[in-house]
Design a protein around this ligand. Sequence first.
Ligand code: ADP
Ligand code: MG
Length: 220
Amino acid sequence: MLSIHNASKHFGTHAVLKNINLQMNTNSIIGLAGPSGGGKSTLLRSIQQLEVLDSGDITCPEKTGFMFQDFQLFPHMTVLSNLSYAPTVGNKAIDPMLHQKRSLDLLEILGIKEKADYFPHQLSGGQKQRVALARCLMMQPKLLLCDEPTSGLDISSIRDVIGLLNNIHAMGVSMIIASHDLNFLTELADRILLLKDGLILADIEPKKLINPIKNLQSYY
Ligand code: ADP
Ligand code: MG
């Protein structure tokens, strides 16, 4: 569903992605681990075409959705408007009202329908996370790119995120999840890549290892 061939990217003289190659199977969850500055966000942003590669190519025939680390909700819009507005961007012919039902259905699935008329500043971090996830799903992506989805969340909210992402995966959505939280990634991912200094140093299947976290930590 995703094919990356010799992807390279510099910022100035700093090589941030160095000849990255990756083949991703449909219906899988890939975790992107590795130290801060390793290139995780840049790789996700390149897949979403938010960054332009210097060389190499990324082929993804499916629709992708991106969940930003800081959520990037529209602060002046209610939860419901944040959702129903998303599919109308660049498509003025569509009436936002038409999306209200789907928005409310998604808020229900994510357990946050009662906050439909709240503004982002009135929500907790975990609640904003759910809204951001719901807003991504409005675009019906087949591949969801999540950048540090647990950052700033407490342990019980992290458990909720694992449950939510598993539910979304069961709906047929593949994912690439960047996170520094190895416990979180090993619970969710079929496969974990360790990205350090722009190189994939490890590519493991956590369920096949006795101690996947120790294995990954050895590369930091
Ligand atoms: P990670 O998500 O693994 O922490 P990033 O992809 O955010 O890593 O960053 C990789 C490297 O690229 C870091 O050294 C970071 O400072 C640098 N970098 C990221 N974005 C930019 C940018 N827009 N301009 C210059 N340097 C950047
Ligand atoms: Mg990052």
